[in-house]
Structure formats: C-alpha cells, structure tokens
Design a protein around this ligand. Structure first.
Ligand SMILES: [Zn+2]
Length: 93
C-alpha cells in the first residue's frame, strides 16, 4: 500500500490487525468460527446473525478502528516516511 500511495497519492493509516477478520462489523461479537470460509462471514451472535463477504466485514472493522481513533500512525505514506525521524521509536510502528 505504501508504494501504491507514493505513486497515486493518498493517506495510509495503520490499525491493530488482531480480530479484524473474526469480529462482526455489525454487532462486535468476536469468535473464530464466524469466518465459515475464506469468503463468507456469518456472525454467531444469536441476536445478530449478520452474513456477508468476509473481506468486506474485515474492511468495515478496520474503518471503524480508524474512525474511532485507533490508528497506530495518524497518517503514513511518502510524506510520513520523511517525517519518521522525528517520531519516537515506540510510536513509529
Ligand atoms: Zn453480529
């Protein structure tokens, strides 16, 4: 993504990856069995049962993490790579 942004512009925000593919983007319920196949996500919460494309579900979770302030780096890509020297090592990841 970094090299693609360098070519085309844009902003890259990294968020914590754990459970983004196992959490239901509709209700937040997280369990390993919800991803029934590589492509299919079925929420195991009896009150939810949201079903959809597994990658779309993960993308919604990632967007939600970004929008709720969980980005690991506020902005990335070429512009931030130049500024990386001023970022503290613990927050640079
Ligand atoms: Zn759900």
């Amino acid at each position: 993504l970094t090299y693609k942004l360098a070519r085309r512009g844009g902003t890259l925000a990294k968020v914590p990856a754990p459970n983004t593919s196992r959490r239901c983007s509709a209700c937040g319920f997280t369990t390993p069995g919800s991803r029934e196949t590589q492509a299919l996500f079925v929420c195991k919460n009896p009150d939810c049962r949201w079903t959809g494309n597994a990658d779309h579900n993960a993308a919604r979770n990632i967007l939600h993490l970004y929008r709720t302030g969980h980005a690991l780096i506020p902005a990335a890509g070429r512009a931030v790579a130049r500024r990386a020297r001023r970022v503290k090592p613990a927050t640079a990841r």
